[in-house]
Design a protein around this ligand. Structure first.
Ligand code: OGA
Ligand code: MN
Length: 288
C-alpha cells in the first residue's frame, strides 16, 4: 500500500508508520495495509494517536477477533478485552513497588511472545501509552525471523521439526505466584519451534520464556537448546527498545517477535498503558 510511510526502527525489523489514523474507523483497504505492514515489519509504531478504550476495541475488532484477557478469564471466568500495563489501577491510583500487581507484572520483564502459552496464540498485541515514566519503562523487541535467518544450515536442520512446550506457570511463577484457577486454565501446549509466515513464507523461531522444554528431548538437552536459541536471538545489537511517549500506539506480531518490559520505579513514577490482542490462526496441541 503506497499511502503509508515507513521509517525503520531497527535494521532487522520495525517501522514508524505514518499515514494511518488508528483511532478512526478503518476501511478494508486500511486493514489490508495494516496486515501487510505487520507481515513486513513485525513491529509498528504509530505516534500521536488520540486513543480511548472504545476506539482501541474498534481497531482490535477491525483486525480480527479480540482475545479475552487470560488473567481475568482464568481467575474468574470474566471476559474482558483489555489488559492494563503499568502501575495505575482502574480508579487511577498508583500501585507502588510492594503491591502484588506490580510484582506480578515483573513477569513481563522476561523475553516472551504474548499468549504463546495458549492453544491459539495471539496474532498481534496493540499497546497504547497514556502515562509514561520520566525514567525507565521502555519495552524491548527482537525479531525471531532475523534470528532464524542468522542460524547456520546445521542449526536450522536440527530444530526445523522440533516442538516447544509452552507453559505459563513455568515462566511466570519465577516472578510471582500464579492463582490456582488461572494455572488450571492454561495447560502446557506444544507449538513448532520454527514457524512460517503464511503471507510471505518467511521462517522464524518461536521461543521465549514460556518454553519449558522441547518435546522428545531430555530436560537437560531442552534447556541447553532453549537457552542457546534465546541467547542468539537477544544479543544487544538485535534489540530495539521503545521509550514510550504518551499517545504512542505500538503493534507487534507475536508470531515472530519477542518483547519484554525493562522495569521502572513504581514508587516514583506513574505508567499506564492499555493492551488488546487479536486471536491468531495457528492451533497448538495439548499433549495427552
Ligand atoms: C505487554 C508487555 C511489557 C512492558 O504489554 O505485553 O509485556 O513494557 N509489556 O511493561
Ligand atoms: Mn507481553
Amino acid at each position: 500500500m503506497t499511502y503509508l510511510i515507513f521509517e525503520p526502527l531497527h535494521p532487522d525489523f520495525g517501522a514508524i508508520v505514518s499515514g494511518m489514523d488508528l483511532t478512526a474507523p478503518l476501511s478494508q483497504e486500511d486493514v489490508k495495509a495494516f496486515n501487510d505492514a505487520v507481515d513486513t515489519y513485525s513491529v509498528l509504531l504509530f505516534r500521536n494517536q488520540d486513543m480511548t478504550d472504545e476506539k482501541q476495541l474498534r481497531l482490535t475488532k477491525a483486525i480480527g477477533e479480540p482475545e479475552a484477557e487470560h488473567v481475568a478469564y482464568g481467575r474468574t471466568g470474566e471476559v474482558v478485552y483489555f489488559g492494563s500495563v503499568g502501575n495505575i489501577d482502574d480508579q487511577g491510583n498508583q500501585r507502588k513497588e510492594a503491591h502484588d500487581t506490580t510484582k506480578y507484572q515483573k513477569g513481563n520483564e522476561l523475553w516472551h511472545s504474548d499468549s504463546s502459552f495458549r492453544q491459539v496464540p495471539s496474532y498481534v498485541s496493540i499497546l497504547h501509552a497514556y502515562e509514561v515514566p520520566g525514567e525507565g519503562g521502555a519495552t524491548s523487541f527482537v525479531s525471531e525471523r532475523a534470528a532464524y535467518d542468522r542460524l547456520t544450515a546445521a542449526e536450522k536442520d536440527q530444530i526445523d521439526n522440533l516442538r516447544g512446550l509452552h507453559d505459563y506457570v513455568f515462566s511466570r511463577a519465577k516472578r510471582a505466584p500464579v492463582d490456582d484457577n488461572h494455572a488450571a486454565s492454561l495447560p502446557p501446549v506444544a507449538h513448532p519451534l520454527v514457524k512460517t509466515n503464511p503471507g510471505n513464507g518467511r521462517k522464524n523461531l518461536f521461543i521465549g520464556s514460556h518454553v519449558r522444554s522441547i518435546l522428545g528431548l531430555s530436560g537437560i538437552d531442552s534447556r541447553a537448546l532453549i537457552n542457546d536459541l534465546l541467547e542468539k536471538t537477544t544479543r544487544p545489537e538485535d534489540v530495539y527498545s521503545h521509550q514510550w511517549a504518551a499517545g504512542d500506539t505500538v503493534v507487534w506480531d507475536n508470531r515472530c517477535v519477542l518483547h519484554k518490559g525493562n522495569g521502572f520505579d513504581a514508587d516514583k513514577w506513574r505508567r499506564r498503558l492499555r493492551q488488546t490482542r487479536v486471536v491468531g490462526s495457528e492451533v497448538g496441541q495439548i499433549p495427552a
